[in-house]
Design a protein around this ligand. Structure first.
Ligand SMILES: C[S@@+](CC[C@H](N)C(=O)[O-])C[C@H]1O[C@@H](n2cnc3c(N)ncnc32)[C@H](O)[C@@H]1O
Length: 277
């Protein structure tokens, strides 16, 4: 049962395959990293979450409170799973745009959307920087971001941009991994994220490096580095209460969040206030 809430220091930084400390990456580095790992992103997501990530996105999409005819934006859409989930909910007559700044991820999203059964609405995938969304004020019924906000250069600005493009009364939804605080899950999570995920990245990196060498390139260490960066980015991200505060500062109201998956996933939702409210 997810815990519902109303809205309020990282340990030693891990190091990359070359022994460098993992710090916060600049936007250009984040984009380049996702471009490089686009090919392994979906299979590694499935292994890391035991396939549960689809369920988490479905729960987050529910919080967007959209239905047939709605127009929805999925920011930092990556390989497009959330956009595809939303498209099912807005048919018939709705529209879903998935935006991201990594073309490698967008290519996967477009290919995936072309293979899912046409339920009447197929998401459109567009290049856009979440820090400066190229959409007019109030032009969507809801905006979502799944596992992307922790990569934003400026979280407050990204949230404010999402709030800006949603009409008054519409929702902004943030789905993120969070740090469980209570044992035994916090202990298991520490092992899983600090030990297993980087090892998984190294394995995928070794396989990626092998196939890249066969093609004359070298992608292995960058895959390994990306999956060392992942746990550190989660630790740096604000906890559920602090994120609710960031959403409030971004101009949203009626903020609530639920913690699910035994405490490792947080889904926040806020409403764009009526003009003049
Ligand atoms: C961990 S992936 C999440 C992808 C997808 N939303 C999902 O649920 O699997 C993070 C995505 O955020 C994108 N991203 C990070 N910062 C961004 C920004 N400023 N503008 C657009 N996309 C961004 C990355 O390119 C990447 O595709």
């Amino acid at each position: 049962m997810p815990a519902r809430h109303r809205a309020g220091a990282p340990r030693g930084a891990p190091s990359t395959s070359e022994g460098r400390q993992v710090g916060k990456l600049q936007a250009g580095q984040v984009r380049a990293m996702f471009d490089r790992i686009a090919g392994v992103y979906d299979p590694l997501n499935t292994v890391m979450t035991a396939g549960l990530h689809h369920r988490w996105r479905a729960r987050a999409a529910q919080e967007a409170q959209v239905g047939p005819g709605s127009r929805v934006l999925d920011v930092a859409t990556g390989t497009g799973d959330m956009a595809i989930e939303l498209a099912r909910r807005v048919a018939p007559g709705g529209e879903v745009i998935g935006s991201d700044f990594a073309e490698g991820m967008l290519d996967r999203a477009r290919a995936k959307a072309a293979t899912v059964g046409d339920a009447g609405v197929r998401p459109r995938f567009e290049w856009a920087d979440a820090m400066e969304l190229p959409y007019t004020d109030g032009s969507f019924d809801a905006a979502t971001v799944g596992f992307g906000a922790r990569n934003f250069d400026d979280l407050g600005r990204g949230l404010a941009e999402m709030a800006r493009v949603v009409r008054p009364g519409g929702r902004v939804v943030v789905l993120e991994i969070t740090n469980p605080t209570r044992p035994p899950l916090s202990l298991f999570y520490g092992l899983w994220f600090d030990r297993f995920v980087p090892v998984l990245g190294h394995l995928a990196g070794a396989l990626g490096g092998l196939s890249a060498r066969m093609r004359g390139g070298a992608a292995g260490s960058s895959i390994a580095d990306a999956y060392t960066y992942l746990p550190s980015s989660v630790k740096r991200f604000p906890g559920p209460r602090a994120l609710a505060g960031e959403m409030e500062r971004a101009g949203l109201t009626q903020i609530h969040y639920l913690i699910t998956a035994g405490g490792i996933v947080a889904i926040h939702a806020g409403t764009v206030p009526a003009q003049g409210a």
